[in-house]
Ligand binder design. Structure first.
Ligand code: MIG
Length: 817
């Protein structure tokens, strides 16, 4: 043990932070314009609690120990830091960690139990290493800045060494290969209708990336909301740079070594998605637009007559009166309350769209109130920010003002009274016809840290859906609202799900959507999906079916299409497509308890929902380039079919044993296998040892009382854990520990398989029994003993599985040869 740990302040002078460091919303500028300036040599260091302030005599660098594995770095060109405020990171409650400062001739070193942050004296290079002195990240040039004469402040730059085989992941929804290496990206939320491969920027800004080098991962979260650029060895193969047009150079170094750890720690900073209502994991049907009421009702009826499960039906902009938010077109929807009630009686939740543009119209109460209370955004000279969107001339609420968010949240009162269960926020990049978005000079309140649109642009959509979510949460009392947003910034996952925006009905877009969902999932945006079928253009039956198959394993599953396309319901293409679409939507409903448990793993522990294979086997170099297959949770591996006419395709299975979900054949992982891909299936594999919980097929969540839960137990010759999360599925009781977290431990030998169950939590499900289904047993059982009781009425099914029932409260099962 290092002796300095006992005396954590051996070098720096300890100071009271408040006394010496001024924190401003605006940086103080020096007199001379600065062209490009780099940090010089380190001349001094001071300490204040978990912060260390280094200086080159003018600029200051703050190094904050956030946790054992997370260190934040900030730069103040003239020594004055901006006041602490972040929409992404609510507040780090710094856990007591042990840290210390050391120095030698060459460097200062801030160390926790797992990470060292090195500050090289001669040139201010900052690097990070682990306890084995393995350097995981290092500056290639010192942090630097350049004065922004037009707007004030600085362009701020960080540049790291980029290694020969280093791969990069993350950044949210970028429409490029999963590995971002060799490319440059911009973060500036953009309405990117019919975006193409490699088009950038897109709808969201997630300034977080994961680096993987020689099998060791770390993350960088550049928490800066200004227009930002990331360059992963594009300009110079040996450098990874990130910079922004303003604000502070502020980033979090997130230690690995596993990519999964990096993702989980990123969630520690930015939060996770709240538990969605269970129905939101079902199938959703959307279109621009279903109207009038008779059309909505006939689509709903179509699902029930075709016996295709569906939980959500969407109203796009045409339900409103002249596109005025919070109003109804009474010609199309004479009695919305009655319609929503009828839909609900048939098991449909109604989700309505709400855009940010508020029509300039003194006879419109939302506009009138917003105007009176000065809630709309203004330009630099105090003119209102006006622009055209669907309602015509509009003004836009400043969602960065907490008072405006509160007001906005309250506006949902009537919709909630009418029975609306979810809200869809669109156009919140914000999008403006013609201009694209707001001009830079629009002012924002920014929770008291005033700024222009340059600073607020990337968070505008996130703050809109935050206002929506928080408002709904209040109005719906203890019910979980469902929200979905198009735009967002890091941390948006605390308020909403996302879809990838206006994609195209093409095979390329199916491929792109697969990558985007995997990428969003590993970038902290777990509840994501694509417009199944493609928003613009016409899919044929085959493409639509392949998309439904992929969609069944997307965290969020919704079909959507533009208004000028042909009907696009799961039965629109006739047979054999309808039957296959039905089969996959049914599969989604059968897997609901598994998907819900995976969501809990995300919510509670910060795991991503979709996991690219590189995230599971980062030490296998070839996995860096794999972007077709992924797992949903850790038990189901999926490889969508993304080419027309494909009758078989290679699938990589991570090491271990996998069961073909359709045939129960066992396959050895650690390499590629060829898998047949007739239209009726896509490759789906279940990890050996998994306990896969299954619900009976329902037409919608809550259609039937669940009488028993099927547990599919896949034999493995070693110990494997599985989880099952259960609760009411629609309230916040889980926040009061009213839930059950069950753990199954399966272990097999040649003559014995054991299954154990442990439970934690306070919830009691209403069903009594599990229906066990044993798959892949290497022997014919003679006896099954559950908690000391011998069972004889187990049966051998046609497909060679053994089935029996027993109480959900079992503790220990032995299956004997
Ligand atoms: O300018 O509300 O991405 O899903 O159907 C288009 C109409 C506005 C864009 C969304 C799309 C939605 C459409 N909206």
């Amino acid at each position: 043990m290092d002796e300095n740990i006992l005396n954590p302040n051996p070098i720096g002078k300890i100071i009271e932070e408040e006394e010496e460091f001024h924190h401003l919303n605006n940086p103080v500028l020096g007199l001379k314009p600065i062209v490009k300036k780099y940090l010089g040599s380190v001349t001094d260091v001071k300490e204040a609690g978990n912060k260390f302030f280094f200086t080159d005599s003018e600029a200051r660098v703050e190094v904050t120990v956030v946790t054992d594995e997370i260190i934040r770095v900030r730069l103040a060109p003239h020594g004055v830091f901006l006041e602490e405020f972040s929409y992404a990171v609510p507040k780090h409650d710094q856990k007591a960690v042990v840290f210390s400062l050391h120095q030698d001739e060459n460097e200062y070193r801030v160390s926790t139990n797992t990470v060292n942050c090195h500050i090289r004296k001669i040139d201010f290079h900052i690097s990070f290493s682990d306890t084995q002195d393995h350097v995981t990240s290092q500056d290639s040039v010192p942090m630097h800045w350049e004065e922004n004469t037009q707007f004030g402040g600085y362009y701020v730059f960080g540049t790291k060494v980029c290694h020969h085989d280093e791969a990069f992941y993350g950044l949210g929804d970028k429409a490029s290969d999963l590995n971002l290496r060799g490319r440059r990206f911009k973060n500036w939320n953009t309405d990117a209708y019919s975006f193409g491969w490699n088009q950038d920027p897109l709808y969201r800004s997630i300034p977080f990336y994961i680096s993987l080098n020689e099998g060791i991962a770390h993350g960088i979260f550049f928490d800066n909301t200004f227009k930002a650029t990331f360059d992963f060895g594009a300009e110079d193969r040996t450098k990874t740079s990130f910079w922004a047009d303003g604000g502070e150079l502020q980033y979090y170094y997130i230690h690995g070594p596993h990519m999964m750890d990096v993702v989980k720690r990123y969630h520690l900073l930015t939060g996770t998605h709240p538990m969605p209502p269970l129905w939101a994991l079902g199938y959703h049907q959307c279109r621009w637009s279903y109207y009038p009421e008779t059309k909505v009702m006939s689509v709903a009826k179509g699902f029930r007559t075709n016996q295709i499960p569906c939980d959500g039906i969407y109203l796009d902009i045409d339900y409103m009166d002249g596109y005025r938010c919070f109003t109804w077109n009474r010609k199309y929807f004479p009695d919305p309350k009655k319609m929503i009630k009828e839909l609900a009686a048939d098991g449909f939740k109604t989700v309505v769209i709400i855009d940010p543009g508020i029509r300039v119209d003194d006879n419109y109460s939302v506009f009138k109130e917003g105007k009176e209370k000065r809630y709309f955004c203004r330009r630099c000279d105090d003119y209102f920010m006006e622009g055209h969107v669907w309602p015509g001339r509009c003004q836009f609420p400043d969602f960065t003002n907490p008072e405006v968010r509160e007001w906005w949240g309250g506006l949902f009162d009537e919709l909630v009274q009418l029975g609306v269960a979810g809200v869809w926020n669109d156009m919140n990049e914000p999008a403006v016809f013609g201009a694209g978005t707001f001009p830079d000079d629009v002012r924002h309140q920014y929770d008291g840290f005033r700024g222009s649109h340059r600073k607020a642009h990337n968070v505008y959509g996130m703050q809109m859906v935050r206002a929506t979510y928080e408002g709904l949460r209040k109005l719906m009392k203890n019910k979980r609202p469902f929200t979905i947003t198009r735009a967002g910034y890091s941390g948006l996952q605390r308020y909403a799900s996302v879809w990838t925006g206006d994609n195209v009905a093409s095979w390329e877009h199916l491929r792109l959507g697969n990558i985007q969902c995997q990428r969003l999932s590993m970038s902290g945006v777990p509840f994501c999906g694509t417009d199944i079928g493609g928003f613009s253009g016409e899919p044929d039956g085959e493409l639509f079916t392949r998309w439904i198959q992929f969609g069944a394993f997307s965290p969020f599953m919704r079909a959507h299409s533009a208004g000028d396309t042909k009907e696009r319901e799961p039965w629109s293409f006739g047979e054999p497509y309808t039957a296959i679409n039905r089969k996959f939507i049914e599969l989604r409903y059968r897997l609901l308890p598994y998907m819900y448990s995976t969501f809990w793993e995300h919510h509670r522990y910060g795991f991503p929902i979709l996991r690219p294979v590189v995230l599971q086997e980062q030490d296998v170099l070839t996995n860096q380039a794999r972007q077709d297959e992924f797992t949903y949770g850790d038990k189901i591996l999926v490889c969508p079919v993304m080419e027309p006419g494909q009758t078989s395709r290679p699938v990589y299975l991570p090491k271990g044993q996998w069961y073909n979900f359709w045939t129960n054949e066992i396959a050895q992982g650690g390499g590629e296998i060829m898998v047949p891909t007739p239209l009726e299936t896509i490759p789906v594999f279940i990890k050996a040892g998994a306990v896969l919980p299954e619900y009976p097929i329902m037409q919608y969540v809550g259609e039937k009382e669940i009488e028993e839960v099927k547990l599919n137990v896949y034999y493995a010759d070693h110990e494997v854990n599985s989880f099952l999360f259960e609760d009411y599925g629609e309230t916040f009781a889980y926040e009061q520990d009213i839930y059950l977290e069950k753990k199954f431990i399966v272990n097999g030998k040649n003559n014995l398989v054991t299954i154990e169950q442990t439970m934690e939590g306070l919830y009691t499900p209403r069903y009594e029994n599990y229906h066990f289904r044993l798959i892949g047993l290497p022997f014919a059982p003679t006896k099954i003993i559950v908690d000391g009781k011998t069972i004889t009425d187990f049966v051998l099914t046609e497909d060679k599985c053994y089935e029996f029932k027993f109480s959900k409260n079992f503790k220990h099962i032995e299956i004997l040869k």
